[in-house]
Write a protein that binds this ligand. Structure first.
Ligand code: ADP
Ligand code: MG
Length: 750
């Protein structure tokens, strides 16, 4: 009770925002000050060295020793000026988090002078230290690759992602070197290597595509020389009071509540979404924003989310790989700063049963160095063809590899959210919005576009073969009038796709890797179709483009769905269309190795077969471990906390009843309550025993897949049975005796 009162009366932390010349600095003023950016490099490096570096960035493979040494020296000076004592290769092992091992700049140098041997301490940092380090790979997930390959692994500087410093203790700092993590034989042991590979193939294929459809010599529209995929990750999370959090073993161990019923008021009044941000939370989020701004992470939006105690922050989109790094930093900073505010951030996809879970909407598109967004339908008719071709390629990619995309978002934790009537189901489909849907239908049927309510759009027409110029205005309709179909796992939202099924806790890297790959593969098909249509021409004509667009519209109809994805009718309809409905993660993981998917990923050079198998192994193992850890936690909580509270309450009731009897009151309400409690307690004991037995059975299962299936099909139902009884007890047992903070307290005390 003390903790509850304490949490309610806690004052917000007094955050010190940066002040310069007597006034608060703005976010833009401090933006990127902890990043060793290109601008910083150009200031600090000799011109030829900087030039060599930027050439390397553009695709040159290796970096020579003098260049690496010069950069290492510059970043050493830059970071030591800012308090750095250590450097670390910061990487993304296959466990949804980041990893770092710190090394001091310290070196001992021995010199001989006047017959004396003298050892002095100096700070050094060489090019080779910058380029790579060699952590022991054997304690990171490798999914069996460890047995095949040596334990040694390398972290190698990813030059595309800038180095930065983060605070160390007592005003010191640490230099972070974003890195990939590969095995001795060059197999990816991390998220980033494959993301980089998928990005490279996506870039290559998109450039080929643009070369096929755009004349090289158009001065008004110079052809893009470089393209890149863009990503903006909306991050949802819960904040709860830290003291209350520490009283919940389930939150501490599993990141979600394994027990607990809804309070009478939760989200049904719909008063939390976009409501006033609680003061303590605002203080914490603001502090995060400042810290992130220093790290060059452009957080733009913050708001209350649908569920009580649920919030969201979203950045301005960036190049995908940088955006992934930045999302991981955002999660890390939220986690650390929350601590200072006596808050705990929960990234789990479903921390509380009965209210909305959290996602990480991955907004994805492709941009060119000419400043164009390939998914922006606006501008000239040619741009519309480009848009439409790119759009149908995405439809084709998602149609062909929907099960793979489903696998990319699968986890034990996201299973609690997906299909839970507030988040996309296990069927991957694409939502375009009624206007765009109509445009595609019209092109397919060779008829004019209709169905625009907006008066000034009434005249938009498609004539049989060529899109009328007026359709150039289509983008603004698409943008302004796009419906907000919240139920779709993959929705077009004006000028980007929003992959909504991604889990809040997971790294966006794997889903984006798979999306890049699926789209690149389909775009290769579009390119091939264009080439076939073009014959000997060097650039496709509008007629050629339209033929291809129509062909792909026809091929991809099955993946488009504009209705409510939560309904049973959709599940039935999807089945008719042959779209997979993969409800559970264990089944989804298997899809990664399906021939169509595995062949595509190998052909594009994104994954080797060994890497794919290892990935499936890691995901499946993680699933089984997640579930069994939760089950053990639940067993402990029920045995050590819930049942004892129930026994105690029964004793109190019995004592009270017998006291009543002693003074001659025969039928007491205590007896009625006891009669209600007793079978519940008995059943809880029995169901707890069931769970124990199933867990014992699980211990004997050695093979991974049966273990994961067992976890899903046996352990989880047993846990549900236990929970349901424990939650009924929560409603009956005296609040004074209940050993866990309840949802009411967790939700409202911030
Ligand atoms: P919503 O209405 O879905 O919440 P917001 O505008 O709040 O949309 O957030 C959308 C996210 O999409 C932001 O992170 C934004 O930067 C990102 N975004 C916008 N345009 C693009 C784009 N072209 N590519 C990738 N992400 C984008
Ligand atoms: Mg949003």
């Amino acid at each position: 009770l003390n903790t509850v009162v304490e949490s309610l009366t806690r004052a917000p932390r007094n955050v010190q925002f940066p002040v310069k010349n007597g006034r608060l600095q703005s976010i833009s003023e401090i933006f990127g000050e902890n990043v060793f950016s290109l601008k910083e490099m150009s200031k600090m490096l000799p011109k030829p060295v900087f030039k060599k570096f930027t050439e390397q960035l553009k695709g040159g493979r290796s970096m020579d020793k003098p260049t690496a040494d010069a950069i290492a020296h510059a970043v050493k000076v830059w970071s030591i000026e800012r308090g750095a004592t250590h450097f670390t290769h910061w990487f993304q092992p296959l466990n949804d988090s980041t990893a770092e091992k710190h090394d001091a700049f310290l070196t001992m140098k021995t010199s001989y002078a006047n017959g004396f041997e003298e050892t002095t301490a100096i700070d050094t940092f060489s090019g080779s230290q910058l380029l790579q380090s060699e952590p022991d790979a054997s304690s990171f997930p490798s999914g069996g690759m460890r047995t095949t390959f040596e334990a040694r692994g390398y972290t190698v500087w990813d030059t595309k992602s800038p180095m930065f410093i983060q605070d160390g203790p007592h005003g010191t700092s640490i230099l972070y070197i974003p890195s990939v993590f590969i095995s001795y034989n060059g197999e990816a042991l991390d998220e980033k290597s494959v993301l980089l590979r998928s990005s490279e193939i996506m870039i290559k294929t998109t450039l080929e595509f643009l070369n096929l459809i755009e004349p090289a010599d158009d001065e008004d529209h110079p052809r893009a020389k470089h393209v890149y995929t863009t990503l903006g990750t909306e991050q949802e999370f819960f904040f709860i009071d830290r003291a209350l959090y520490t009283l919940r073993p389930d939150l501490k161990i599993a990141g979600r509540t394994l027990l607990g019923g809804l309070p009478p008021r939760h989200q049904q009044l719909e008063d939390h979404y976009f409501g006033k941000i609680p003061t303590r939370v605002l203080a914490a989020i603001s502090e995060c924003e400042f810290e992130l701004a220093r790290l060059g992470v452009p957080i733009k939006t913050r708001h209350n989310e649908v569920a009580p105690a649920q919030f969201e922050v979203a950045p301005i989109f960036e190049e995908s790989m940088l955006s992934v790094d930045h999302n991981l930093l955002t999660m890390d900073v939220l986690h650390r700063v929350a601590h200072r505010h006596k808050l705990k951030v929960l990234f789990h996809e479903k921390p509380f049963r009965g209210v909305n879970g959290s996602g990480k909407h991955c907004n994805w598109s492709c941009a060119t160095d000419q400043g164009d967004n390939l998914l922006d339908p606006s501008a000239t008719p040619e741009t519309n063809y480009r848009f439409l071709l790119f759009l149908v390629a995405i439809l084709k990619g998602v149609l062909d590899h929907g099960d793979l995309l489903r696998a990319g978002i699968a986890s034990a934790s996201n299973d609690h959210r997906l299909g839970a009537h507030e988040a996309p189901p296990g069927i991957i489909s694409v939502f375009l919005g009624s206007q765009l849907d109509e445009v595609l239908n019209a092109i397919e049927e060779g008829r004019p576009v209709t169905n625009y309510d907006d008066a000034h759009m009434k005249n938009v027409r498609v004539d049989g073969t060529v899109l009328d110029l007026k359709v150039a205005a289509l983008p603004s309709i698409a943008r302004d009038l796009t419906d907000r179909n919240r139920t779709s796992p993959f929705a077009f939202t004006g000028n980007k796709f929003e992959f909504r099924a991604v889990g809040s806790k997971q790294s966006p890297s794997f889903p984006v890797t798979l999306l890049n790959s699926a789209v690149a593969s389909a775009l290769q098909e579009v390119n091939a179709a264009l080439k076939k249509q073009m014959g000997k021409k060097s650039v496709a004509s509008d007629a050629d483009k339209l033929v291809v667009i129509r062909e792909f519209i026809k091929k991809t109809k099955a993946i488009r769905f504009e209705g409510d994805n939560y309904t049973d009718a959709w599940a039935a309809e999807a089945a008719k269309r042959g779209l997979p409905n993969i409800r559970k993660s264990v089944d989804a993981f298997g899809c990664i190795l399906k021939k169509e998917n595995a062949d595509m990923l190998k052909r594009l050079g994104v994954f080797s077969h060994a890497e794919l198998e290892s990935r499936v192994h890691i995901l499946t193992e993680k699933y089984a471990k997640d579930v069994t850890i939760e089950a053990q936690t639940l067993l402990t909580m029920v045995t050590q906390q819930v049942l004892p509270a129930a026994y105690q309450y029964r004793r109190e009731l019995a004592e009270s009843a017998s006291a009543m009897k002693n003074i001659g009151v025969e039928s007491t309400p205590e007896i009625e309550l006891l009669n209600e409690l007793t079978p519940l307690v008995r059943n809880l004991q029995l169901r707890t025993n069931d769970l124990k037995n199933v867990m014992d059975e699980m211990l004997k299962v050695e093979e991974l897949l049966p273990l994961a299936h067992g976890a899903q099909k046996k352990v989880i139902p047993c846990m549900d049975a236990v929970r349901s009884l424990a939650d009924q007890l929560e409603c009956l047992v005296s609040d004074k005796l209940w050993p866990l903070p309840k949802y009411t307290e967790l939700f409202l005390n911030i």
